[in-house]
Design a protein around this ligand. Sequence first.
Ligand SMILES: Cc1ncc(COP(=O)(O)O)c(C=O)c1O
Length: 373
Amino acid sequence: MSEFLLNAHRGEGLAELSEDWLGSIDPAGTLAFLRIFASDASSPLRSEPDLAAEMGVAGLWLKDETGRLDLGSFKALGGAYAVAVHVKAAQEQRLGRPVDFAELATEEMKAHAGDLIFACASAGNHGISVATGARWLGARSVIYLAQSVPEDFAERLRGCGADVARVGAVYEEAMAGAERDCREKGWVLISDSSWPDYVEVPRTIMQGYGVMPTEAAGALDDQGICPSHVFLQAGVGGMAASVARGLRQAWGAAPKITVVEPYAAPCLVESLRAGRVIQVSGPVPTQGRLDCKEPSMVALAALARDADAFILVGDRQAGATAERLGRAGLPTTPSGGAGVAGLQAAMSDPAAREALGLGADSTVLCFVSEGPE
Ligand SMILES: Cc1ncc(COP(=O)(O)O)c(C=O)c1O
């Protein structure tokens, strides 16, 4: 089961969201930060000839984000970096001079950062990134979890140094709690989504994700390969928008880029159809990380320009793909493997194959965005 949509706005974007908030991808700042606090080592890029043959394409490369910074997903690159950028600006304002990331690692700087409190709502990976970034920099974090989030995840966050606030029955209520407390207490909201008066932090997070396309394009360029197709899974769209923009910088219009969403949460597809950000409703998919009912405004604006197509995939397809990736030695979740599920869905949809020029000659790049839970 799948549904395919060609992007009629490719190249120009949406009239109502004409501002290009994302801009060019430049991973230099994120890499400088990671070099000091964690590791700027690339994640692996795996060539999977057997999977490619099974799926009926000439080549398949998987960017393996399951071990990124030992935090289990690509999200490690975003929230932590946004925290660091804020701390850096705060220290520069306090001292009245520029400060680099190496200086932020000193005990004196960390002691001053102890007054800063960062908050976000999370159902998973983003909270771990924010909590870890705050811990690295000596700041504090409060992660808002809905009651539906299991207690062992709350424990994992506490292990990363966060305080956990249980607010509301669902993610949206936890998010409202985080926003309210930030407003009232002067804390800093680190959301991975964006809306009209909240752009800078999510933009920084997406710049953090920009490490991925830079690494992937560099590794493939070294082998003389420019993939013909790319499939990118999306929740609010931050990852897909950042990767698509980075790959367009590397390869221009050459790869056909398709964004993959769950059937139960097609927030980008429906917003694109409406020409503006809208909310969708639907059940909770097993592709839980992709269960976002409203897209990031910045991501929607960027993807309206950069993505060639969108495809919706069902839970059964995403689950089967995750199992297959596990058998290939790349254990992941239905969300982590959803890009590959999108490739499979497109291959079995004649209209999608035709529109994308996808077939036996195609060389495909996907991102496995998290390890198993
Ligand atoms: C593992 C994984 N993959 C993909 C996504 C989608 O990212 P975005 O919400 O930026 O579209 C998420 C979001 O949390 C995620 O955790």
